[in-house]
Write a protein that binds this ligand. Structure first.
Ligand SMILES: [Zn+2]
Length: 321
């Protein structure tokens, strides 16, 4: 099992599995770039029972990892930073000193390490500095710079990079054998090398980025109803997806303020330019502040179905008054 493209990541993972694994790995890359898959391959490789070609994908250990039921591969839930602070870091501290059940190693996957507050990162740092000899920690993070330098310096850093159109096509053909070559090609060409984006597009889901882009487009269009419909797509998202969508919306508005679109997000580049063309800097700053409040609030208590309506009303008011 290897990742499409990403030869450096594949080499680092192979070295960990077949050589001497380090105690901590940091995998960074945009959403949809394969961080979770990389972590799963690494974790499965470390507990796989096969003598060669680890992870084999077929032994009982590999199957348990792929079903999320291996007792020695612990993936912490994606949650807001409060939960991470209160329950997860305490859990991690206690659990890491319990020896593995069936494998030689015990692997912890921290899917949203960038959301940890400094105090939680410092608690984790103690564990990374003096880990039990069998423990391996895999931290996933969307952007560089969200983790303390002291934490990063403890980890081997694996960066997930965009793949080529040909590599994306190969993965998509296997995943969607029922689709035409034209559909596969257009998804592969428009995903910016981030296969996860092409997969959500072909699965017919609105990705968080599409939802955020839709809200930005509606803001630039200024119709209140249009904005309400775009915001209604926030309804029913999980807490982490809601936070991601609102975070991307903040990024799009921030890019419009500094007039420097993010080239890794072709869909939102267009929206940043549209916002920059329509609004003054100071108006954009007011809109940004509202988006930022919504983002911060999404991490605290979720006011249920009232958030989409509140988001639409407050953004509309910031854009027009
Ligand atoms: Zn195996």
């Amino acid at each position: 099992m290897t990742l499409a493209g990403n030869s450096e990541a594949n080499s680092a993972i192979e070295a960990a599995i077949n050589g001497r694994a380090l105690h901590s790995y940091l995998i960074t890359g945009p959403r949809g770039s394969g961080k979770h898959l990389a972590a799963e391959i690494l974790a499965a490789g470390l507990v796989c029972r096969s003598q060669s070609g680890r992870p084999c994908g077929v032994c009982p250990a590999c199957i348990k990892v792929s079903h999320g039921t291996h007792p020695d591969v612990v993936a912490l839930a994606k949650e807001g930073k409060e939960n991470f602070l209160v329950s997860q870091s305490r859990f991690l501290k206690n659990d890491a000193y319990v020896r593995p059940n069936e494998a030689e190693r015990k692997v912890y996957i921290l899917p949203d390490a960038g959301s940890m507050e400094a105090s939680a990162q410092n608690a984790l740092l103690k564990l990374l500095e003096e880990p039990p000899e069998y423990a391996v920690f895999i931290l996933l993070c969307e952007k560089d710079g969200l983790l303390l330098e002291t934490v990063v310096s403890r980890c081997l850093h694996i960066r997930m990079l965009p793949v080529t159109v040909a590599q994306a096509k190969e993965v998509l053909r296997q995943r969607f054998p029922e689709l035409s070559e034209g559909e596969i090609s257009s998804a592969a060409e428009s995903c910016g090398g981030i296969i996860g984006r092409a997969i959500s597009a072909l699965s017919g889901e609105d990705s968080e980025e599409q939802i955020a882009s839709g809200i930005a487009a509606a803001l630039a269009g200024s119709g209140e109803l249009e904005l309400y419909i775009a915001c209604s797509k926030l309804e029913g998202l999980s807490r982490s997806s809601l936070r991601t969508a609102l975070g991307i919306l903040c990024d799009i508005i921030a890019d419009a303020i500094v007039r420097s679109p993010d080239p890794s997000r072709p869909a939102s580049t267009q929206q940043s330019s549209a916002l920059a063309a329509k609004f003054s800097q100071s108006r954009l700053t007011s809109i940004y502040n509202i988006a930022r409040v919504l983002y911060d609030r999404s991490e605290l208590s979720l006011p249920g179905g009232s958030l989409p309506a509140a988001a639409a009303a407050r953004l509309y008011s910031a854009a027009t008054t």
